[in-house]
Structures are given as C-alpha cells and as structure tokens.
Design a protein around this ligand. Structure first.
Ligand code: PLP
Length: 354
C-alpha cells in the first residue's frame, strides 16, 4: 500500500535525540527529527516526502492564515516492552480527519498518505517513541490551505503534514472545571464536530477567564440555552451516575476516539453505557445527592483525567476522591496495559508497526 503513492525519504544528517530528557517531557515542546509533507494542487496529491523537521516557506497571503482552512488530529504511539511500536486506533482519526476536511471544503487525504505515511514516519523516528512510564509519542497530522491569494474562496492548494513530539502527561492532577454559560464553543449546523483550528482559538479567552477564577478547564454547554453539558476544552466528558456510564451526545461536540473506546470497554465489561443529552442541573444535583460518583475528561492528550470539582455560577461541587473511583481507575489501568502491549488486544485497537 505504501508504494502505490511513492513516499520519498530524505533522512536528517544529524539527530537531536541525544538532547532529549525523556524523564522530563513537557507536552508538545520537543519535535522529532522528521516530518511528512504532502502537497495538493490542481485537484490531486502531487508529492509525499519525509523530510528533516524544519520551517516551512510561507507567503504572507497563505489563505489559511486569513480564512482559517486548517484542520488537525491528535494520535499517540506507544513503545511495547519488546521494543515494538504501536499506534492507537489511527483509523478512527483518519475517518475524523476527512470528515473535518469535507466540512471545511478541503480535499480528503488518501489512506496511503495518512495511514501508510504515518507508519513510515513513525518507523523512521521509532527511537523518539519514549519508553519511560506514562510517556508516548504524540502525533499531529494537520492540513491547511496554502494558496497565496486574498479573497474568500476555498484554497486551490493544500499541504498535509505530520509532525511528532515525545510527551508526558498533559494534565498531572485532577481537574477543577467550570461550567461555561456565557461563551459558546459551537452551535448546531456549525463546525463543532470537526477538529479545525478555529475551535481552539475561540476557546482561549473564556478558558483564561476560568483559569483566573481558579479552574483548570471549561465544560462547554449548548449554544441555545446553556442547559446541556457538551465537552471540556480538550477532551470529552464521561460521568458515572449510579451504575451507568453517561457521555453527552450532540452534533456540536468532537466525537473522541478515547471516549468511544471507553464506552465500548464499559459495555464489554457489562456496564450500562449511554450516549445522551445531560443537563447541567442533572449533573449538579447528582453530585449533591451522591449519585454522580465519577467524572472524567477523556482524550488522546488528556488520556483519562479525573474531575475533582465542577464549578457553576460561583459555587463549587466536589466529587468523591479520585483514588476511590472504581470504573475510572479500572479503565485507565486497562487502557494503559493495552496501549503498552502488556495484555492481549481483543478489540484490534493497536496498529502495531513492528
Ligand atoms: C475539543 C476536544 N474534544 C474531545 C477530544 C477528545 O478526542 P480524542 O479522544 O479523539 O482525542 C479532543 C482531543 O483530544 C478535543 O480537542
């Protein structure tokens, strides 16, 4: 498959690997030796190359900088104890990437470039996949409009690029989150389900305000009534209410690979799991009367991060101690064992590149 689109490789003359402190990885600060760059022009993909990581020459008129045709994905690769490298469910990110592309009026990326290119890049930079506990290689595929012209229209040309970064934990403590009822992330008919750059730009100001109020993150609510819980800033939400796992459903949220895996696991283990609308009121009442026993953020970067406090309208609602959360701790341990190849993979979620 890799060879149906020819991927040329130019190896970096000197590796930066020896400068990396794998015991002290901050999220996203260090970029690996190589990147994959594919160019789209005149209606087709023109060239696919793996190059030494480096800067891009860009025209100031580059259309993505003005009109925002920019989408991305976040995936992780893990190092097994036997040194093999495995990528977690990249097929799901591939599907989501092309959904984002269609909504943003951008070309879809062929599987031979996205999946096979990814595997080839990670194989070349396999020594960048950390073997330190809890660490992984974060993979960032992205695409943006490159046409050097002003005027609102779909860009005539694009670049699809994959860069990677060895990372430790994104969050290193349970989260205090604020239910956001003034600002809106996404409205029905908009682009909330897509992973486009603008969704993150608009989150920065409300997130800073929440942080100034002593919270780590936001919980977004629906645009119309601010009545339904949607998702967190960089992750989906899952709650355990009684004996049931519940995750908010809405066309406006990003449909995460992590929460999907967790819901599939929960059902496999015999838990009841529901994807449905969740009201803020139901959630807060459930915390107060003790039926909501667990809450966590689920995402590729966040993995599974417990939520300790939910703030609403100036009042904090405290959840039970994260150490005693039966489902969260079980799922976190299981997913970690599976991703690092310590147990069988009954679902076929690991894409092992050898
Ligand atoms: C806004 C948002 N929601 C949810 C998620 C979770 O998606 P996934 O589990 O596919 O990483 C992410 C990304 O990590 C995100 O940025």
């Amino acid at each position: 498959m890799v060879d149906s689109i020819n991927i040329q490789v130019e190896q970096s003359p000197d590796s930066r690997l020896s400068q990396v402190d794998f015991n002290n990885l901050k999220f996203g600060q260090i970029l690996s030796d190589h990147m994959l760059v594919a160019s789209y022009d005149k209606g087709s993909w023109q060239s696919v190359r793996i190059l030494p990581y480096g800067n891009l020459p860009l025209s100031p008129a580059t259309s993505a900088l003005h009109y925002g045709q920019a989408i991305f994905e976040g995936i992780k690769a893990y190092k097994f104890e036997d040194d093999r490298v495995s990528i977690f469910r990249p097929d799901k990110n591939y599907e989501r990437f092309n959904k984002s592309a269609v909504r943003l009026e951008m070309p879809e990326v062929p599987e031979e470039i996205f999946i096979d290119g990814l595997a080839k890049l990670i194989d070349l930079d396999r020594n960048w996949v950390p073997s330190t506990p809890g660490a992984s290689l974060y993979i960032r595929p992205f695409m943006f409009g490159t046409e050097a012209a002003l005027g609102v229209h779909p860009s005539a040309s694009y670049q699809f690029i994959i860069i990677t970064s060895p990372v430790g934990a994104y969050y290193n403590k349970p989260l205090r989150v604020k239910v956001e009822i003034e600002y809106t992330r996404a409205a029905e008919g908009g682009v909330g389900f897509s992973k486009n750059a603008g969704n993150y730009a608009l989150s920065l100001y409300p997130t800073r305000i929440a942080q100034q109020e002593g919270y780590d993150q936001l919980i977004w609510t629906d645009a119309k009534e601010h009545k339904y819980v949607e998702e967190a800033g960089t992750a989906n939400l899952v709650f355990k209410v009684g004996d049931t796992l519940i995750t908010p459903s809405a066309e406006t949220i990003l449909h995460g690979v992590t929460r999907r895996s967790i819901i599939e696991l929960a059902r496999h283990w015999g838990y009841k799991a529901e994807e449905r609308k969740v009201t803020v009121q139901e959630l807060l009442e459930g915390i107060e009367n003790g039926t909501v026993t667990e809450a966590f953020a689920a995402g590729t970067a966040a993995t599974l991060t417990p939520i300790s406090v939910i703030g609403f309208d100036g009042k904090d609602y405290t959840l039970p101690d994260p150490d005693n959360r039966e489902f969260s701790n079980r799922v976190l341990a299981y997913l970690s064992d599976l991703r690092y190849g310590r147990i069988e993979d009954p679902f076929g979620w690991n894409y092992v590149i050898g």
